[in-house]
Design a protein around this ligand. Structure first.
Ligand code: PCD
Length: 806
């Protein structure tokens, strides 16, 4: 057989296992238009639901008249809070311990809020019905500024919370206050600040933005009145959690609910939460006895489902004259909109914002976060970052630059002086995390060398001189960032969502002929899980990745898992995959030993087979072993070859990266050109280098959008100003910079294959990098801090304010 003459290296290459840039198996269907998204689902007699949304940001609802709407041909029902109230479904719990109106109950708190749900035979009839619903509003004073929201006489937004001084995360100080979250040692940090040689202080704002997946959120609910079973297809990043929550709030037994996430066109955190559209569609299906589809429009999506960021971070950073950081202080005001619907693990009301000491060895630190209600959409989702890590990274990477200015130091050098050293890992941070592994100095030197840092600084200085001489109107900015992520939630002991511990799972079944199916508790939204997780199994048990089907997202078949967000799939479900595969390998070893008539310990694994130690010509391939497990009675061994693993990670993983951006800025027009962008990522063991590169390109492009133009903006009346793609900047291929990717490999010591997550890293790292480049260009003229997004106008305004327009 050909097989037997192949070298182990050849056999190994044939598996397309870990480390192989295997082509994405998903793309065969995606590139041919054969994906199956929620809106592709068409069921017999299926109805459509659509929302009447509030034009006001804050108003009392005096009446809702549905009569004209019900007369529209094709309209079957119009649901309002009054209809949901007897079912106890007019409000629903949020993931953050708050509650949220499903349909406006007496008042509205943000523009675009769901007021009534129209059910009709098709989308057009539903739209006509929506237009015919008459709502009588009485407008109320609006608060869009989180600081003004805390004024003593600010309007009361959440009347339902009147008199409640205790919130889900401790005492509330004011009627628009949600929580205060404190971490670290305040007294020690303040003492350090008081005595420090140098203290740099700045307000760093990370503006409100939106994940904006290409596919908006949606679902199809189908209640089968005969069997009593509810099937819910939807764009869910956590299908099992949706099933449990749906059961708890609807009272339908969990085994009678089947949740299916079909193909998803990007999630980015937007599809983690539970939205009114899901609840209303389920109710409508129960009421009408027909399947009901609800799919958001682009405006619906940008106006009402999960925004991201909106953190005002006041920082103080202390250092010695030589630049050694001695302490960090941060007070954050978090604008949560009308309801606290953040998607964070329960015990972390500000997510993992306490990773804000970043890549630096900072002995003492203090963080306080105040969550505040305003008349904006709810959400606060971890848009391509593990629960506020991107805010934390932006904060510290700006504070480092601000400190470098104060110290009159090179910011690359300042970072170098303060990095956590390789020998300090596992590293205990001042704000409570244990970083698993890292080698920041090596990554940093590699990055600086790769871009030719010293030469770049010389070029920048020469350009500055030319600018001053009037020979050019373009400045050069060099943006530096070294970020540390925290991904893979993650230890069940401190991470849960609505009480569900954040483990994850994988089940593997080997078929008699040696091919396999694996099912996971996670769900790909474009990341390529079907490609990469099969690669882990291929390397672990020696079955070619091409012979492994990978399935996710159907709660009737997949093992329970907490889903995909927070770059947790590789750290948690990826670990479960390796562990389940190892169970299979252990059983295969027993079978092989039996077949080869030797003791279990006398065979060893070799790529795709077990060989007798010292007698390499005597072996059984995994294919043979698989068949034997189904066709032979093996004493003491159960038939079949299957395993499942539920994995509770002992710690999170801490990927990191060194990013450098070179930008040209036109002082007169405010236009910029990204001349180069270098991204070095360390995500431990790399499963699929090509997919990693794709992740970095995608995440960095989202980061580019956020830093350079994208925002969710409101006017003083709470009108949403950026609810279409005319106003909300999404880069096309035209604007997207060119990226150079690179890597180092520092495995995670506690992960079975040493892998860390990577999907979020490029968003976390690139935003401060782009922003620092803009700031750096104007540093010689005294710019210290200017808020994102750095669109052309805002950059022009920096130059104007600095007097550079003459
Ligand atoms: N990897 C490899 N290696 C390593 C790592 C990793 O290979 N070392 C790969 C894996 O396997 C996959 C990816 O890569 O495939 C990713 O991974 P991760 O990091 O683990 O992650 P995941 O979990 O899977 O995912 C998640 C993420 C997130 S979070 C986000 S936002 C985003 C990212 O992912 N999203 C998305 N990316 C992406 N892509 C796409 N395409 N789409 C989408 O949607 Mo959140 O929290 O949700 O916000």
């Amino acid at each position: 057989m050909k097989d037997e003459v192949q070298s182990p290296e050849e056999r190994s290459a044939g598996l397309k296992g870990m480390g192989c840039s295997r082509k994405r198996v998903e793309d065969v269907r995606f590139t041919q238009g054969k994906g199956n998204y929620v809106d592709d689902i068409k069921l017999d007699g299926m109805l459509t639901g659509d929302f009447v949304r509030s034009p006001y940001a804050h108003a009392r609802i005096k009446s809702i008249d549905t009569e004209a709407a019900l007369a529209v041909p094709g309209v079957l029902a119009v649901l309002t809070a009054k209809d949901l109230e007897p079912l106890g479904l007019h409000w629903m719990p949020t993931l953050a311990g708050d509650k949220q109106m499903v349909l406006a109950d007496g008042k509205v708190l943000f523009q675009g809020q769901e007021v009534a749900y129209v059910v009709a035979t098709d989308r057009y009839a539903a739209a006509d019905g929506v237009a015919a619903v008459e709502v009588d509003y009485e407008d109320l004073p609006v608060v869009t500024d989180p600081f003004k929201a805390m004024d003593p006489d600010a309007p009361v937004l959440r009347e339902d919370l009147a008199g409640q001084t205790e919130g889900a995360h401790g005492p509330r100080r004011h009627h628009n206050h949600i929580f205060t979250w404190e971490q670290g040692d305040r007294a020690a940090t303040e003492a350090v600040l008081a005595e420090a040689d140098v203290v740099a202080e700045e307000m760093v704002y990370y503006h409100r933005t939106h994940p904006m997946p290409l596919e908006t959120c949606g679902c199809v609910a189908s209640m089968d009145k005969v069997t009593g079973k509810l099937t819910l297809w939807g764009t869910f990043q956590a299908p099992h959690a949706v099933r449990t929550v749906a059961s708890l709030i609807s009272g339908i037994a969990e085994h009678n609910i089947r949740v299916i996430s079909p193909d998803i066109g990007g999630g980015f955190g937007n599809k983690v939460g539970v939205y009114p559209g899901y609840v209303c569609s389920i109710v409508a299906s129960i009421v009408t006895g027909k399947p009901v589809k609800w799919v958001e429009s682009r405006m619906d999506n940008l106006m009402s489902t999960a925004f991201a960021r909106d953190y005002w971070m006041q920082g103080k950073i202390a250092a010695t004259k030589e630049g050694k950081i001695t302490g960090l202080w941060c007070h954050t005001t978090a604008d949560h909109g009308g309801f606290d619907a953040c998607a964070d693990p329960t015990k972390f009301p500000a997510g993992f914002m306490n990773i804000c000491t970043g890549s630096y060895d900072i002995p003492v630190a203090y963080l306080a976060v105040d969550g505040v209600y305003t008349n904006k959409a709810p959400g606060g989702v971890a848009y391509r970052c593990s629960f506020r890590v991107t805010e934390a990274a932006y904060f510290i990477e700006r504070m480092i630059e601000v400190l470098a200015i104060k110290l009159n130091m090179d910011a690359a050098e300042l970072r170098r002086i303060n990095f956590i050293r390789k020998d300090q890992f596992p590293y205990q941070s001042a704000l409570g995390w244990e970083y698993d592994s890292g080698d920041y100095h090596t990554a940093w030197e590699k990055a600086l060398n790769a871009v030719g840092y010293d030469a770049l600084r010389r070029e920048q200085a020469a350009r500055l001189e030319a600018f001053k001489r009037g020979e050019t109107r373009k400045l050069i900015g060099i943006g530096l960032t070294h970020f540390t992520e925290i991904v893979g939630a993650g230890p069940v002991k401190n991470c849960d969502i609505l009480g569900l511990g954040m483990f994850d799972s994988c089940e593997i079944r080997i078929h008699p002929t040696g091919s396999a199916i694996a099912r996971l508790g996670t769900i790909s939204q474009g990341q390529g899980h079907a490609t990469t997780f099969a690669q882990i199994i291929a390397s672990e048990i020696g079955i070619p990745a091409d012979d492994i089907t990978l399935e996710e997202g159907d709660t009737d078949t997949a093992p329970y898992g907490l889903g995909t967000y927070g770059s947790r799939s590789t750290p948690v479900a990826g670990a479960a995959t390796a562990m389940a595969a190892r169970k299979i390998r252990a059983k295969a070893q027993m079978i092989a030993a039996y077949l080869l008539e030797v003791h279990d310990d006398d065979v060893e694994f070799d790529v795709d087979r077990f060989v007798v130690k010292g007698a390499p010509e005597r072996f059984k391939t995994m294919k043979e072993i698989a068949f034997a497990s189904y066709n032979q009675a093996i004493p003491g061994v159960e038939p079949g070859l299957e395993a499942v693993s539920y994995y509770d990670p002992p710690n999170m993983t801490y990927p990191f990266g060194a990013y450098i951006c070179v930008m040209e800025i036109d002082v007169d027009t405010g236009e910029h050109e990204v001349r180069s962008f270098y991204a070095l990522d360390d995500c431990g063991t790399r499963i699929n280098p090509m997919i990693i590169e794709g992740q970095v390109h995608g995440g960095a492009t989202e980061g580019y959008a956020i830093a350079m133009g994208q925002e969710i903006a409101y006017d003083d009346m709470g009108n949403h100003k950026t609810a279409t793609l005319m106003d909300f900047f999404v880069p096309t291929a035209w604007e997207t910079p060119h990226y150079t990717t690179d890597f180092t490999v520092t495995p995670s010591p506690h992960h079975p294959i040493g892998a860390k997550g990577v999907g979020e890293s490029p968003n976390v790292g690139s935003v401060p990098c782009f922003s620092n480049a803009v700031h750096d260009a104007f540093r010689p003229f005294g710019l210290v801090q200017s808020h994102m997004p750095h669109d052309h106008w805002r950059i022009w305004k920096i130059a104007e304010d600095l007097g550079l327009h003459g």
